[in-house]
Design a protein around this ligand. Structure first.
Ligand SMILES: Nc1nc2c(ncn2[C@@H]2O[C@H](COP(=O)(O)OP(=O)(O)OP(=O)(O)O)[C@@H](O)[C@H]2O)c(=O)[nH]1
Ligand SMILES: C=C(OP(=O)(O)O)C(=O)O
Length: 300
């Protein structure tokens, strides 16, 4: 008689899909995004909007994932909770310490098998874009996604084990530092994920990809026409015809000849007060005019 296979009593392992908690550190407040050369109030508002759009994309793309926003800023904590996140108090001590605080809470909540650390300055990230690449990153964990220029870190993904730390080395050169810690480099085709905004150039990249709605609004307010400025180098005097002006907070912006000529101003002099309209980066004038002079300007 042939023997019957003994299947009864066998332990069957069913692979459950990984469940991820997302930690988003947000500095907030007046010191955020200091490399973004814009007047203080616009810079603060933009930094806040970048974080809101980052969180909104996470909530949209991963609606069942717990999201922990680590911040010391009460306003950020408030909007984070309104957006369905848990606000975790930033213990101070910098970005790695903030991330560790978020990871600890994620681990103590139970339920998540993995943690993703996403910096809160990805205003062109979309929910579907994140959802599309995350499964591959979880499968590769521990994994690091470098930012667009390859040196910084856009996202870290690591297994979450109770009582076990998730080491991080955020800051300049963090992609290499994370690789050295054992994170495997992953380069998913996800431009919104990889474009963190630090300065005018990366802001321009994010604008090109398409900003989230909070950042679009903040940027529109930051580039309202009519900012006052003082001519520093009149445009026509340099080789390529590009001059410069100083905004009232001391920032020097480019003044291409076209931006002046179109307004009918040909004889600007250093020190002249003008009205100025800036492009999306906030660093180049698109129109310079003197109230009452030139096309469309009525004398008041
Ligand atoms: N909670 C918390 N978040 C931080 C801290 N430092 C940076 N971040 C956040 O981490 C992300 C990336 O940081 P950075 O690009 O250095 O941003 P930043 O410090 O606002 O900008 P810079 O002043 O230009 O360095 C942003 O979302 C910041 O808000 C910190 O000490 N605590
Ligand atoms: C802190 C970091 O971000 P950024 O490059 O935006 O300063 C980092 O990439 O580690």
């Amino acid at each position: 008689m042939s023997s019957v296979p003994r299947r009864l009593g066998r332990i069957v392992h069913v692979a459950l899909p990984p469940r991820v908690a997302v930690v988003v550190p947000v500095k907030g407040g007046p010191l955020a995004k200091s490399r973004l050369a814009l007047p203080h109030e616009h810079r603060t508002a933009l930094a806040d909007a970048f974080a809101r759009d980052t969180v909104a994309a996470v909530r949209e793309g991963l609606p069942y994932a717990p999201v922990l926003v680590v911040t010391a800023d009460p306003l950020v904590a408030l909007w984070a909770q309104e957006a369905g996140c848990r606000a975790v108090m930033d213990p101070g001590g910098g970005l790695d310490a903030a991330v560790a605080a978020g990871v600890e809470v994620a681990g103590s909540q139970g339920g998540a098998t993995h943690v993703a650390v996403l910096l809160g300055d990805h205003p062109a990230l979309t929910g579907p874009g994140l959802a599309a690449v995350l499964p591959g990153l979880l499968a590769a964990a521990p994994a690091v996604v470098p930012d667009a220029d390859g040196t910084g870190t856009a996202l870290l993904v690591a297994p979450l084990q109770t009582g076990q730390e998730v080491p991080t080395r955020f800051g300049a050169g963090s992609a290499a530092a994370h690789r050295a810690l054992g994170y495997r480099e992953q380069s998913p085709d996800a431009p919104g994920l990889r474009t963190d905004v630090d300065d005018a150039a990366s802001l321009a990249d994010a604008v090109e990809l398409g900003l989230g709605r909070h950042s679009r609004g903040a940027l529109a307010r930051a580039t309202l026409p009519g900012v006052q400025a003082t001519i520093h180098h009149p445009p026509a005097t340099s080789d390529d015809g590009t001059g410069s002006a100083l905004l009232d907070d001391g920032l020097e912006v480019r003044v291409p000849l076209d931006s002046v000529v179109d307004s009918g101003l040909l004889h600007l002099r250093p020190g002249q007060r003008v009205s100025i309209e800036l492009d999306a980066t906030g660093r180049t004038a698109t129109r310079v005019w003197v109230v009452g002079i030139g096309p469309g300007e009525t004398i008041r």
